[in-house]
Design a binder for this molecule. Structure first.
Ligand code: PLP
Length: 450
């Protein structure tokens, strides 16, 4: 025990037992109630093992930034610092660099959005934009409607702000409008306050599904007629494998949608530059919230993006990324088609990073994970993408990072694990599956399960 831990515990000696901390964390009783919903996933420790080089990880959603011309990036950054270093390394505006905001309007024109730079707030990745929107809109207990399944990073934000997350069914076209309407009606009858519909219409994480144009119109019309804000999260919109760029929901409604964009998948995730496009009044609040969180986004990162957009053929680079991911998607799907046991189904993504796999009846992807990692392949169990324990029979496979050869090998290993589980179930019934303890490491890095 360190001296400071001792003094904290000594100071807490007078507190009633129920509020005193523990040896591992003497401050545990001092946390705000919202911290109780900030919990590490139980699969976190497994990902420390999964990140070993011999394991094929189909788990993480890391963009393949090596496809960037890194020497050219180095030159771009060096000349940017030489020419504008004193400003790039200084504090900047809370709303973000005006030149970059202007350029972001051009990027959004690709998805049909025609917006004013004044309505854009630049953020540290779109993850931060998510946090700001929820901070500005949601009180504890407010309902947020999300897809089934939904992006794990968004669920974390909703939980952190103590929202009541309600999943709405999806079908092969994405968020199901009939289910959406029914859910809204039911919650209204129960007197619940629905604050927003959070949706990822294009190349969904984790479902790998894209809403068609009519589906988007239906969802927008339901949201409008019920006075509910849409939070449209669109980091993958430009990564359609057939060159199709779906029209954003925000393109058809400037007042009822907050749109989130990101350069993480089209340039580089390490730059941490994203944005929110919001109705004018909302934008004002987001800027104030951003200033209180970080004062301002990094000028250095923004100028890097801005210089890159101004001097490099960025659309061609997006096409390079598309080609890389299309080849990897094909490697994944073609190998699954040949090797996955009968009864396994999966979505066929037309863009983005992920396919959502549903295992044969009776299987449990979370229970299977330690055995998969033993067989040197990792995935994210479906339960990670729900707040309510659904998703046991499903899992998410990411094809963005490993090479096609590694992907094929990963699927080979996964298929044989599924095969073995099925044999056990067929012979002895589902209860015969061994219960394998998760490895328990005391200090593990955060898993890459985005
Ligand atoms: C659906 C979705 N939204 C938001 C993000 C956050 O992206 P970033 O903060 O890197 O812009 C991700 C990252 O994977 C994502 O998949």
């Amino acid at each position: 025990m360190t001296n400071s831990t001792e003094s904290i515990q000594a100071a807490q000696a007078d507190l009633p037992a129920a509020t005193a901390g523990s040896r591992l964390d003497p401050w545990v009783s001092a946390y705000a109630s919202r911290a109780s919903s900030m919990t590490a996933s139980e699969i976190r420790s497994l990902f420390a093992v999964a990140s070993r080089p011999e394991v094929v990880s189909l788990a993480g959603g890391m963009p393949y930034v090596s496809a960037l011309p890194l020497d050219e990036m180095a030159d771009t950054i060096a000349s940017m610092i030489r020419e504008r270093g004193a400003t790039a390394l200084q504090y900047g505006s809370g709303q973000g660099d005006p030149v970059l905001r202007e350029q972001i309007t051009e990027v959004m024109a690709e998805v049909g959005i025609h917006a004013h730079p004044d309505d854009i707030v630049v953020t540290t990745g779109s993850q931060m934009a998510l946090d700001l929107v929820v901070r500005v809109f949601c009180d504890p207990g407010d309902v947020v409607l999300v897809e089934s399944p939904s992006y794990v990073g968004a669920l974390g934000v909703f939980r952190a702000y103590e929202c009541n997350v309600v999943h709405v069914a999806m079908d092969e076209q994405g968020l199901n409008p009939v289910a959406l309407e029914e859910t809204i009606k039911r919650l209204q009858v129960e007197g619940k306050k629905i604050k927003m519909i959070y949706t990822i219409p294009s190349y969904h994480n984790p479902a790998g599904i894209t809403q068609g144009p009519d589906r988007r119109k239906d969802i927008l019309s339901i949201a409008k007629s019920n006075g509910i804000l849409i939070l449209e999260d669109d980091p993958y919109g430009l990564l359609g494998f057939d060159g199709v760029v779906p029209r954003a929901i925000r393109a058809d409604d400037a007042d009822g949608v907050v749109y989130l964009g990101s350069f993480s998948k089209t340039i580089a995730s390490g730059l941490r530059v994203g944005w929110a496009l919001a109705p004018h009044g909302v934008r004002e609040k987001l800027v104030l919230a951003a200033e209180s969180a970080i004062l301002c986004p990094s000028n250095y990162a923004q100028f890097t993006v801005s210089t890159y957009l101004a001097t490099k053929p960025w659309r061609d680079q997006v096409a390079v990324f598309r080609d890389v991911y299309r080849e990897r998607r094909d490697a994944l799907l073609d190998t699954m088609k040949v090797l996955m046991p009968a009864g396994t189904t999966w979505t066929v993504p037309t863009g983005g990073f992920y396919s959502w796999v549903t295992l044969p009846e009776g299987m449990d992807s979370r229970a299977m994970l330690p055995r998969a990692v033993n067989a040197l392949v990792a995935y994210v169990p479906g339960t990670g993408f729900y707040v309510d324990g659904q998703g046991r029979q499903s899992l998410r496979l990411s094809y963005c990072y490993p090479t096609p050869e590694r992907i094929k090998e990963g699927v080979r290993r996964l298929a044989s694990v599924v095969e073995q589980e099925l044999e056990l179930i067929a012979t002895f019934g589902p209860d015969a599956l061994p219960h394998t303890e998760m490895p328990n490491f005391s200090s593990t890095p955060a898993p890459d399960v985005r």
